[in-house]
Design a protein around this ligand. Structure first.
Ligand code: SF4
Ligand code: SF4
Length: 298
């Protein structure tokens, strides 16, 4: 039941964040006031239906303009986006990845396609941190053009969500753009197809090996107000939570692991022994339900 609720919220959020349904007629992207708000998940700013901005694009934009701003004595630090993401992370950690990110939903649905499934080796979980540091912060400020402006490295060279939600639809809507397609676009389409194929075989490969937004939220997982609690005295080490976890976490070894997308599958679906509960700002689910206390938290 809880997973149906999560699927409904994921679908509603994808529809809401992409609520400019006039685009087939206008054939252009939404440019209204709501675009000044950052989406909590990965949703391309240039998607014709998107009504909010992508936080990764906003941070890269800021970093790409830092040199020019400093030379012009404009000391603007762009704390709005980082502060917004920090507030969300501080409240619920990586929960937006599991509940509101449209590209997360797409990967979840692809993984539902029946067939042989594979696990992603743990070593790949360092990938998002490398992409976060390099493509979001360092390269946009380091490599600049003749005028001192940097590039949006992640958007320009990698983001498969951008290719799917913006690049391909805009080519359909605006035929004149097709004459401008070059090698880079085909490389990005290949990256998109690579992750689509990988998502059929493995759960959420993009989130787990590349996504810089998930990497940012992950810093908050162990300290956010909403957290999961482990009750070792009830755990039988049956490993059902590990079997069902979409990001291959052994909950009994690492509750609130940085990779946890807070989907709550382990708590609501897998664990039949009550070894997993949640807490909000120090108040536990068990306390709320009047069933007792005594959980262990890591
Ligand atoms: S499903 Fe519950 S009882 Fe089984 S290993 Fe996980 S936490 Fe322990
Ligand atoms: S540990 Fe539990 S809540 Fe976290 S991703 Fe795995 S199944 Fe979901």
């Amino acid at each position: 039941m809880r997973q149906y609720l999560r699927r409904i919220i994921q679908a509603l959020s994808a529809l809401l964040l992409n609520g400019y349904w006039y685009f087939p007629i206008s054939r252009t992207i939404y440019q209204g006031q709501l675009k000044s708000i950052c989406c909590p998940g990965l949703n391309c700013h240039s998607c014709p239906a998107a009504i909010t901005a992508c936080p990764l694009g906003a941070i890269q934009n800021f970093m790409a303009e830092v040199r020019v701003s400093l030379e012009a004595a404009r000391y603007h630090f762009g704390f709005y986006v980082l502060g917004w993401l920090g507030i969300i992370g501080g409240l619920v950690g990586r929960m937006p990845c599991g509940w509101v990110c449209p590209f997360g939903l797409i990967q979840d649905l692809l993984f539902k396609i029946p067939g042989r499934k594979i696990r992603i080796p743990y070593i790949f979980s360092y990938g998002p941190y490398i992409f976060l540091v390099l493509t979001i912060f360092i390269l946009p400020i380091w490599v600049v053009d003749a005028f001192g402006y940097g590039f949006l490295w992640f958007c320009k060279f990698i983001c498969p969500a951008g290719t799917l939600e913006a690049g391909l639809p805009l080519l359909i809507l605006q035929p004149t753009l097709r004459t401008m397609v070059g090698h880079l676009f085909y490389i990005k389409v290949a990256i998109l197809f690579f992750f689509v194929a990988w998502s059929v075989l493995a759960s959420r490969p993009f989130c787990r090996t590349v996504c810089p937004l998930g990497a940012f939220y992950s810093f908050f997982n162990r300290v956010s107000l909403f957290r999961l609690r482990y009750h070792p005295e009830k755990c039988t080490h049956c490993e059902l939570c590990y079997r069902d976890c979409p990001v291959d976490i052994k909950f009994y070894e690492s509750p609130n692991d940085s990779r946890c997308i807070r989907c709550l599958v382990c708590m609501r679906q897998s664990c039949a022994f009550g070894a997993i509960s949640w807490e909000m700002g120090g108040t536990s689910e068990l306390f709320v339900q009047g069933r007792g206390k005594g959980a262990t938290m890591k």
